[in-house]
Design a protein around this ligand. Structure first.
Ligand code: 0WD
Ligand code: CA
Length: 403
């Protein structure tokens, strides 16, 4: 008794509907068309870091920057001896078990810690992982991949997570080659970073950084407040490293915005890609750059460093990309096909419509009711429906916010 049950709801969502006699296919109730009704204009608010947290090598959470890494890799080291072998140590890779569902736990517990320390509540309309917002931002250009999200209103805010069982059940079985390629990415992160600023590292620590086994268990995440249109967002995402240093909040007590040393300005995203040898490689790379842009832009990460590697996984060169220049680079590219290439402004217009739709469509009054947001591969709609699922919010967060 009292458990929410599935209910199809007849009302629409303010998105202009095609009149019924011209409509060939009836869209499901509570749906957002991917290809129309975009709100053009709203700019993304400048993201501001409100907290950061770390998972250590045992996946324990710490509300500090202990897992933050520092960029350290010279082109000369990369070029020496025909390139660095990114497959080294693959047999001893310590891979995180990604069938364990962590929901939004890390970010929610970091908010509890922050709020206990400051006595101030961090609020937004939508609270979620950055990776989920990246998916929505890229959706108009990546319609082949389906996903399911769970969304729940609690304490006046909409929390959204990815449905892990759906993801595990639908992901392509990964073959040996793609496992190895994803290892190359983590190996690159290992050899391109050191655990402290270089002047605080011993020569030994710097020189032996590529000799330890690679693990993807430890992570450093930043929690930012941002917004688009009238939707305020709190998003958390993994940051690979800083370029130079992370400003100490104590050095930022002055409220003069001109003197503010923004931590986000120091962050770097790392990626690997195949060396570009053909027009086809170039256009594949540009599609990947779109996702790099989307991912970095959302968190306010200004720089991406791409390690180009051979077909066999030997790192050859490094290249830096300024996040804000990526849309322009691709627009000007001779590989761009005007019918298929992406457009950052258009993607943001879709995201604005999407976030607005989520905020207004899922009934605010239904606190603790879990809604399912679905996108079926190659379909034209994002849909929302009520479920009977239990809320996925961490009990400690729920208790803290209920006090
Ligand atoms: O479905 C899941 N289990 C999800 C887990 C979905 C979204 C996020 N997460 C978790 C991650 O494990 C991590 O703790 O959220 C945190 C970071 O989230 P994010 O920054 O929102 O994730 P995203 O932007 O999708 O990916 C950033 C990086 C990836 O690097 P690349 O360069 O490939 O974009 O986070 C890592 C990955 O290195 N990452 C993960 N690592 C292990 N397991 C996972 C995962 N499931 N998802 C992302
Ligand atoms: Ca990365």
């Amino acid at each position: 008794a009292g458990r929410p049950h599935f209910q199809s709801t007849p009302w629409t969502n303010g998105i202009p509907q095609v009149s019924s006699h011209t409509q060939r296919q009836q869209p499901p109730a509570l749906s957002l068309p991917i290809s129309s009704a975009r709100i053009h204009g709203p700019a993304m608010r400048q993201p501001r870091e409100v907290a950061s947290f770390s998972y250590d090598k045992f996946r324990n959470l710490h509300f500090d920057d202990s897992s933050l890494s520092y960029f350290y890799l010279l082109q000369d080291d990369v070029s020496a001896s025909g390139g660095i072998d990114l497959s080294a140590g693959y047999n001893v890779f310590k891979k995180r078990d990604d069938t364990i569902d962590e929901h939004l736990d890390g970010m929610l517990l970091s908010l509890v810690s922050l709020e206990k320390n400051t006595g101030k509540k961090t609020t937004g309309d939508i609270i979620t992982w950055r990776g989920i917002v990246t998916k929505l931002l890229c959706l108009p250009y990546s319609k082949n991949d389906g996903f399911e999200l769970n969304a729940v209103w609690f304490d006046g805010q909409l929390f959204i997570e990815e449905d892990l069982p759906y993801k595990l059940a639908t992901q392509r079985p990964s073959d040996q080659r793609s496992e190895l390629m994803s290892y190359w990415g983590y190996k690159f992160e290992q050899i391109a970073t050191i655990p402290k600023q270089w002047n605080e590292c011993s020569r030994q620590e710097i020189e032996s950084r590529g000799q330890k086994s690679v693990s993807n268990v430890a992570q450093y995440c930043s929690v930012v407040k941002t917004g688009l249109g009238d939707v305020r967002l709190v998003i958390a995402g993994e940051v690979d490293c800083v370029w130079d240093y992370k400003p100490d909040p104590k050095d930022n007590v002055d409220n003069d915005p001109k003197l503010f040393d923004n931590p986000l300005d120091h962050y770097v995203e790392l990626k690997t890609n195949r060396v570009i040898q053909s027009d086809r490689d170039a256009s594949t790379f540009e599609n990947k750059l779109f996702k790099v842009w989307a991912q970095s832009f959302l968190l306010g990460v200004p720089k991406a460093i791409i390690g180009f590697r051979t077909e066999q996984g030997y790192l050859q060169t490094l290249e830096e990309f300024e996040t804000q220049k990526i849309p322009g680079i691709v627009k000007k590219s001779k590989y761009s096909n005007p019918y298929t290439t992406w457009d950052g402004v258009d993607a943001l217009a879709f995201l604005a419509a999407c976030l607005q739709w989520l905020k207004t469509t899922i009934p605010r009054a239904d606190e603790n009711v879990v809604w399912k947001i679905r996108y079926l591969p190659r379909s034209d709609y994002l849909t929302a429906s009520k479920t009977a699922q239990q809320s996925f919010l961490h009990p400690e967060f729920v208790k803290w916010r209920s006090e």
